[in-house]
Write a protein that binds this ligand. Structure first.
Ligand SMILES: Nc1nc2c(ncn2[C@@H]2O[C@H](COP(=O)(O)OP(=O)(O)OP(=O)(O)O)[C@@H](O)[C@H]2O)c(=O)[nH]1
Length: 360
């Protein structure tokens, strides 16, 4: 790269092998000319609320790839620790998972310049400890500003390189999410997340019939013709399809213009600079979070009753609660419990999952 103004260039990659997915990707392919000869590849994991982003991170850190991985997690609410608690603490993950930083207080795409860049810089002070970084955005994040920070921030620019944007899509709910109201502009978060993706995981395929999946693939291609679309259940995907892709370059931003709708398109085509990217940042201000804390261990029967009433008997909640998750300390139990619920248009089964969590 000649100067700070230039867009970083990616080196053309050899074709991705069709192996069994457990081989370590070839990191030599990730080197950008003229910058740090060994930048740390960053994979940005995005996707609407409850699509399966944490499930994907668990799949990656439990995989046999030989990478040491650092993770940045972003909570939409102020409550730290839930995302981390939902991550596997399996033995196989212990080697891979080197560092976790959690960002609370909103969405990293809204505070790119402060929280996100700062967290990444802090992480980079220990860069000898890991080979690769995963960043999980909130379900309402626009990946654009986060991705852009990786190559427009002077401090970070040479030390890291964006390897790929991976968007997890909930096959059961994506049609509803794509139809959701836009932010202040013409596209909503679900559309943005697909438009920016290098790889789209069409997840939760166990919940949808084949013909619907085919239609969804066509719809996703219509939003982003350049993305690889991979069907998954529980985000189970060969890791060489995700890591070591080195697929980010300036043409990605131009390709985005085709994916976004007319009004956003003119902005996207010039989106090589920060100002343009900020203009793409359209957020749904109607969505917020509520965090509840119990000072004492909870009575599980009462919690279940409260949740049933809230989710099934309150008309407004049926429509308006997109996602619930939490970690519960339960009376009479020495194990922590995980609470998971994802809004479904036509739930096939109870939306609530409560499971014993292995960790104390
Ligand atoms: N049936 C089914 N459930 C899945 C699949 N993948 C994930 N889930 C479940 O979907 C719920 C949400 O998964 P998460 O991985 O927490 O989703 P997320 O995108 O990280 O959620 P947020 O961070 O809250 O946006 C959990 O209960 C998962 O167990 C799948 O392929 N099929």
């Amino acid at each position: 790269m000649e100067s700070d103004e230039d867009v970083p260039e990616a080196v053309p990659l050899p074709p991705i092998s069709e192996g069994n997915g457990t081989e370590a990707p070839d990191r030599s392919a990730l080197v950008s000319p003229g910058t740090d000869p060994n930048p740390v590849p960053v994979t940005l994991i995005t996707g609407f609320l409850g699509a399966g982003k944490t499930t994907l991170i668990n799949h990656i850190i439990c995989g046999e790839h030989g990478f040491r991985i650092a993770v940045i997690l972003n909570e939409f609410g102020e409550e730290l620790g839930i995302e981390k608690a939902l991550m596997q603490e399996q033995e196989s993950a212990a080697f891979a998972l080197q560092d976790v930083i959690e960002l609370a207080n909103g969405c990293m795409c809204c505070s790119v310049k402060t929280d996100f860049v700062q967290a990444l810089e802090t992480m980079m002070q220990h860069r000898s400890k890991f080979d690769s970084i995963l960043i999980e955005t909130t379900g309402l994040a626009n990946p654009g500003p986060v991705a852009a920070a990786l190559w427009t921030d002077e401090e970070l620019e040479s030390g890291v390189c964006l390897d790929a944007i991976v968007t997890v899509v909930d096959a059961r709910n994506i049609s509803h999410q794509l139809a959701g109201r836009p932010g202040s502009g013409h596209v909503n978060e679900a559309q943005q997340q697909i438009a920016y993706a290098d790889v789209v995981l069409l997840n939760k395929i166990d919940l949808m019939p084949e013909e619907e999946l085919t239609k969804l693939e066509q719809r996703i291609s219509g939003l982003n013709a350049g993305a690889d679309i991979i069907r998954t259940q529980r985000c189970s995907v060969p890791l060489d399809k995700l890591l070591g892709r080195g697929c980010f370059n300036s043409s990605q931003w131009q390709g985005l213009g085709e994916a976004l709708d007319g009004a956003a398109q003119s902005e996207a085509q010039g989106a090589a600079g920060e100002a343009d990217i900020d203009r793409l940042h359209l957020h749904d201000s109607h969505v917020g979070t509520v965090c509840l804390q119990a000072p004492e261990p909870v009575d599980l029967t009462k919690v279940r009753y409260w949740l049933d009433t809230l989710l099934w008997e309150t008309e407004a909640a049926k429509e308006d609660i997109y996602r619930m998750k939490g970690v519960l300390t339960v009376q009479g139990s020495d194990r922590q419990h995980v609470l998971q619920a994802v809004h479904e248009v036509e739930p096939a089964q109870g939306p609530l999952v409560m499971a014993d969590h292995a960790q104390q």
